[in-house]
Design a protein around this ligand. Structure first.
Ligand code: 4AD
Ligand code: MG
Length: 481
C-alpha cells in the first residue's frame, strides 16, 4: 500500500522530528547550489511552505532540473529540525517524483510580487499565490462561521430558487433565463416574444435575492436563513459591485426592526471575532500586506487603523444607530457638502444616499459602523413596513471602507397596506399572489436582512477590490473563467 500523504499544515504543527513522511504539493521557489537544493513546497493546506532539502547524491540531476516554480511534486523523506532560521522543520528528501511539470519559460506565476490586475487575468492560476490561498481559506472559514452562527441560534437553512418568475423585488436589473432560439423566437399575436412557449411557460430570470421565498419559510419555521448566489445585471463597474455575488439572508417571524438591528450587529461581530479567533495567521499575513501597500499611498489616503485594529474595533464598539432624517441633517451641514466636495450634494430630505455619503458618516462623522434606519419609502422596496410618516422600517448597516454591507427591514405584514403600496408602485397583484397570500392567512410581524458575502470578505481581508475576494468574479465584459 502507498504511504498516505500528510498535509503540510499538519506536518508543520504536529509531526515530530525524525518521522518519515510523504507530501505532495506545488513548488513555490527553488534555490541552492551544486551541493544542495532547497525547494519551497506548498499544498494549500496552510500559507506556509515546507522546505524540502534535496542532495544531488540522493535525488537525480535530471529530476531536480524539472523542479521549477509551479511544478507539482510528491516527496518522501524524513522530517528534520531545520538549520535555517525561517522554519523549525524541513524535509530531507529521499525520493522526489514529478507529478506535473511547469515550463519556467511559460508559467505565468513567477516568485515575485504580481499586481492584482495581472492576477485577475490569470484567475485560473491565482489560487496558487499566497494571497489568494489566504482568501480562499478565509472564505471557507466565514462560510462555516455563518452556518454555525445560525445553527446555534436554532435557525434553519432554506434553499431558495435561483431561477425566478418574479421581478417584484426591484433590487436591480435581471439576467434572463430562456431556452428560446435567440435568432427565431416565437412571437405572440402582438408581435412580442411569446414566453408562454419558453421552458417555464413564462418569462424567467436569475434571482436578485432569496428574500421573498425566505419570508414564506419564516412564516412557518419562524427563523430561517438562505445563503446563495444572487445576480444583478447592473452595469456598475465599481470596486464594490459584482454581477454574481453571494448573499446571506436571515428572515425571522416575530422580530421588529430593533430586533433585526440587534441580530445584524451581533451577527457581524460574531463573524469578525470568528476570523480573529480561527484565522490568525491569515489575518496577520493580510495585515502585513496591507501595511506594505500603505507605504505607496499618499499620507492623506492612508488608513488610520491597521486591518487587525479595524477588526478589533468593530467587535469592541457599539454601532451607532441613527435615523435617515438625522443622517440627512448631519450630511447637509457637513464640510464636504458645504464646500461642494460631494459628487452628489445633499439638499433635500428624500435624497438617496450614495456611497460617498455613507462613508462620510462612518469614516469621518461617527468613526465606527453605523446603522441607518427609517428611510423614505420612495427610495426603498415595496415590502418594507410603512411607518406613520413617509418612511419605512428599513435599515442599512454601513461599514468603514465599504459603505453598505447589510440592507434589510421589518416587512409589511398588513395585507391592505401591502396591496395599496404595490398598486402605488405599479406591481401587478397576480405577479405576487403567493406572497400576498401569506398576509391573508396567518400573517405575522417579521423582519430580515441581506449581508453581501463579498462585502463582508472585503472588510475581513482588507482587500480593496471586490474582484479579489471571490474566486471567479463576474463583472461587465468579464466571465472568462
Ligand atoms: O440591499 P440589498 O439590495 O437587499 C436585498 O437584496 C434584500 N432582499 C435583503 C433582505 O432584506 N433579505 O442587498 C443586500 C446586500 C447589500 O447590503 C450588499 O452588501 C450586497 O447585498 N450587495 C452586493 N454585493 C456585491 N455586488 C453587488 N452588486 C451587490 N448588491 C448588493
Ligand atoms: Mg441595499
Amino acid at each position: 500500500m502507498q504511504q498516505s500523504r500528510t498535509k503540510i499544515n499538519f506536518l508543520l504543527k504536529k509531526a515530530p522530528v525524525g518521522t518519515s513522511v510523504f507530501v505532495k504539493g506545488w513548488v513555490r521557489t527553488k534555490r541552492g547550489n551544486k551541493n544542495v537544493t532547497f525547494i519551497a513546497l506548498n499544498d494549500g493546506s496552510t500559507l506556509h511552505n515546507l522546505q524540502v532539502v534535496a542532495d544531488p547524491g540522493q535525488i537525480a540531476e535530471d529530476i531536480l532540473r524539472k523542479v521549477n516554480t509551479g511544478t507539482c511534486l510528491a516527496v518522501r523523506g524524513t522530517l528534520l529540525a531545520s538549520q535555517g532560521s525561517r522554519q523549525t522543520v524541513e524535509l530531507q528528501a529521499e525520493t522526489v517524483d514529478i507529478l506535473g511539470e511547469a515550463d519556467p519559460e511559460k508559467y505565468p506565476l513567477q516568485p515575485k510580487k504580481h499586481s492584482f490586475e495581472f492576477l485577475r487575468e490569470i484567475a485560473h492560476l491565482r489560487p496558487r499565490t499566497t494571497t489568494f490561498g489566504v482568501i480562499y481559506r478565509l472564505r471557507h472559514a466565514m462560510t462555516f462561521a455563518i452556518h454555525q452562527y445560525f445553527h446555534h441560534k436554532g435557525f434553519f437553512c432554506v434553499h431558495t430558487p435561483i431561477i425566478t418568475g418574479s421581478d417584484a423585488e426591484g433590487a436591480g436589473e435581471m439576467f434572463r433565463v430562456t431556452t428560446l432560439d435567440p435568432t427565431r423566437p416565437p412571437l405572440d399575436e402582438t408581435g412580442n416574444i411569446d414566453y408562454r412557449k419558453d421552458f417555464f411557460g413564462k418569462e424567467t430570470n436569475l434571482t436578485v435575492s432569496g428574500q421573498l421565498e425566505a419570508e414564506l419559510a419564516a412564516l412557518a419555521l419562524s427563523e430561517v436563513y438562505t445563503f446563495g448566489p444572487t445576480f444583478r445585471a447592473e452595469n456598475s463597474n465599481t470596486s464594490r459591485h459584482l454581477a454574481e455575488f453571494w448573499m446571506i439572508e436571515p428572515e425571522m417571524a416575530f422580530y421588529d426592526l430593533e430586533d433585526n438591528m440587534n441580530l445584524a450587529e451581533d451577527f457581524l461581530k460574531y463573524l469578525v471575532q470568528y476570523a480573529l479567533d480561527h484565522c490568525q495567521e491569515e489575518l496577520e499575513f493580510l495585515n502585513e500586506r496591507a501595511l506594505e501597500e500603505e507605504k505607496d499611498k499618499k499620507k492623506e489616503e492612508r488608513s488610520e487603523m491597521t486591518l487587525l485594529e479595524r477588526l478589533h474595533f468593530v467587535v469592541e464598539n457599539q454601532f451607532a444607530r441613527i435615523t435617515y432624517t438625522e443622517a440627512i441633517d448631519i450630511l447637509k451641514n457637513s464640510k464636504p457638502n458645504k464646500k461642494k466636495k460631494f459628487q452628489f450634494l445633499i439638499e433635500n430630505w428624500g435624497a438617496d444616499l450614495q456611497s460617498e455619503h455613507e462613508r462620510y458618516l462612518v469614516e469621518k462623522h461617527f468613526q465606527k459602523p453605523v446603522i441607518l434606519y427609517n428611510y423614505p419609502k420612495n427610495i426603498k422596496a415595496f415590502y418594507m413596513r410603512q411607518n406613520d410618516d413617509d418612511t419605512v422600517a428599513a435599515m442599512d448597516v454601513l461599514f468603514p471602507g465599504i459603505g453598505e454591507i447589510i440592507g434589510g427591514s421589518q416587512r409589511e405584514e398588513r395585507l391592505d397596506k401591502l396591496q395599496s403600496r404595490i398598486r402605488e408602485i405599479g406591481i401587478a397583484e397576480e405577479d405576487v399572489w403567493w406572497y400576498l397570500e401569506t398576509r391573508k392567512f396567518g400573517t405575522a410581524p417579521h423582519s430580515g436582512f441581506g449581508l453581501g458575502f463579498e462585502r463582508l470578505m472585503l472588510f475581513v481581508t482588507g482587500m480593496s477590490n471586490i474582484r479579489d475576494v471571490i474566486p471567479f468574479p463576474r463583472t461587465p465584459q468579464n466571465a472568462e473563467f
